[in-house]
Design a binder for this molecule. Sequence first.
Ligand code: HEC
Length: 173
Amino acid sequence: MLSRFIISTLAAVLLPFTNSTALAEDSKEKAASVTEEDGKHFDAEGNPTFKIENGIVDWYTFNGYRRYHADCHVCHGPDGEGSSYAPALAKTMKNVDYGTFLSIVAEGRKSVVGGKEVVMPAFGDNKNVYCYLDDIYIYLRARAVDAAPRGRPPKKANKPEAATAYEASCMGG
Ligand code: HEC
């Protein structure tokens, strides 16, 4: 009697916790594209996501790959695999949602790891990064849920006109 009581009490306390943890973590299912606007994909919650079919990646995933390797890989490693200095985004992005990603990259971060200070620089005034934040997010999201393999995507969709227009206004503005 007593142990049954303890177990059901524990379950009542722990279940909501495990559920919310499971909900918080990104997955292939959560990242599935449900809408598309001019070659850009969005999940059920309206957050940007990737679309990879028959080895062909959408433009944003491909461009995110390029932009990541221009500005992030020096610290976070090739393909988001991490380094001794910075976390493996190809894993940790499972637990970083879109809004959090935007604010970390815009504002940067500092912490002390093993007695040493590590710095994530702020990119809020770097056009080469902030004009492509969605692209980088989409690419890393695909890596973190194991939808995109390591390396340069061999096949990609054509660049949508909307991407060209956005790029021109962001880089010029
Ligand atoms: C100079 C090295 C450096 C560069 C360049 C850099 N980062 Fe970071 N980044 C870090 C460090 C160090 C951390 C860990 C900071 C902490 O824990 O406080 C970090 C953390 C992050 C996090 C949080 C990850 C997590 O596990 O919580 C994200 C997201 C991120 N970086 C994205 C990027 C993106 C996108 C770029 C390229 C535009 C980039 N970083 C470029 C060093 C860097």
